[in-house]
Design a protein around this ligand. Structure first.
Ligand SMILES: [Zn+2]
Length: 323
């Protein structure tokens, strides 16, 4: 058994206190979009609802509803998708929100300033409502390691047991303004705002044309992204953190991991990962959780729990392969 879900005795689940409304351009679609975030009851988790389609489509946050990891993370069900959810998910994590209904009026989440700052500040200002039920965590009992089969040296991610949520992220970009970097920290609701939430997404000027031909980054601008030229950045106000790029990768990682549907206690080691590898990790965590449940059931029924447990996970809408 490498993963379990445990109840935290001293922590209660939270939801938003008030209804919140955000409107803006989608980073990739370039289209105007809006979300209304509403309080939700304990145990319901984060639930997106595409309200602009008829009938509305309910998409509960969970690994099984992740449908794309191509330069952003999208979730979907019955053919309806919500794209670029990672920055909002990261803000919800940082603001300690366990349960919320997010009505979406468009195919993408508003990019706002390209970070989690505006969402986080709004959650914080409007306040949290504490619910009666205790919070649940995914606890990592044994290491889980994912390696990119095509490039095992460069891109990999692993999670190890820890009493906290810790991230060690390393990257090495072949660009003079980014270069190599390392970010290591125990992250919680207290330091998330200052250390992570303001880091903006980034892109390379030379790739903009190519991405736009593929229907991506159509809403990207200097208002919602750091744009890198050959040897510098185009944003006149400069960086918000000296190492804003790597902090944004950490922001994405937190948002992607929260798509597991739970907060996680573990130490994450990630090297050059993007959304695809982050999602592979939560898929593997989900597989381990399913095995743990099977073992628990087998033990209750008096079966031999040492026998190999076979678990079939429901397939995601569009399959992202296990490593
Ligand atoms: Zn991002």
């Amino acid at each position: 058994m490498s993963v379990v879900i445990k109840e935290e005795k001293n922590e209660h689940q939270c939801t938003v206190s008030n209804m919140l409304y955000f409107k803006g351009i989608g980073l990739h679609s370039g289209k105007e979009t809006a979300v209304i975030i509403k309080p939700a009851e304990a145990g319901s988790g984060i639930v997106f609802i595409r309200k602009d389609v008829s009938p509305p489509v309910v998409i509960k946050v969970g690994y099984e509803n992740i449908c794309s990891t191509n330069l952003r993370t999208s979730i979907g069900k019955n053919g309806a998708c919500v794209s670029t959810v990672e920055h909002l998910m990261s803000a919800l994590w940082g603001a300690d929100i366990d349960n919320a209904v997010i009505e979406v009026y468009g195919e993408e989440i508003p990019a706002l300033d390209g970070s989690a700052k505006i969402y986080y500040e709004a959650f914080n200002e409007s306040g949290r409502q504490e619910l009666k039920q205790n919070r649940k965590y995914i606890e990592i009992l044994e290491p889980i390691v994912i390696k990119d089969p095509e490039n095992s040296e460069a891109s990999h991610i692993a999670i190890y047991p820890s009493n906290d949520f810790e991230i060690l992220y390393t990257m090495d970009f072949d660009h003079p303004f980014i270069g190599s970097g390392r970010f290591e920290k125990k992250i919680d609701g207290f330091n998330f705002y200052k250390e992570i939430s303001c880091a903006r997404t980034f892109g390379f000027l030379k790739e903009v044309q190519f991405m736009r031909e593929k229907g991506l980054a159509l809403g990207g601008s200097l208002d919602n992204a750091l744009v890198l030229s050959e040897n510098g950045i185009l944003n006149k106000d400069g960086l918000r953190y000296k190492d804003e790029f790597i902090r944004h990768k950490v922001l994405d990682l937190i948002g992607d991991l929260y798509l597991s549907g739970f907060r996680i206690k573990g130490r994450v080691l990630a090297n050059r990962t993007g959304h695809d590898m982050n999602v592979k990790l939560i898929q593997k965590i989900a597989l381990s959780l399913a095995k743990s449940k099977e073992c628990g059931r087998a033990a209750e029924e008096g079966k031999n729990i040492n026998a190999k447990v076979k678990v079939d996970l429901p397939a995601p809408e569009k399959t992202v392969q296990y490593a």
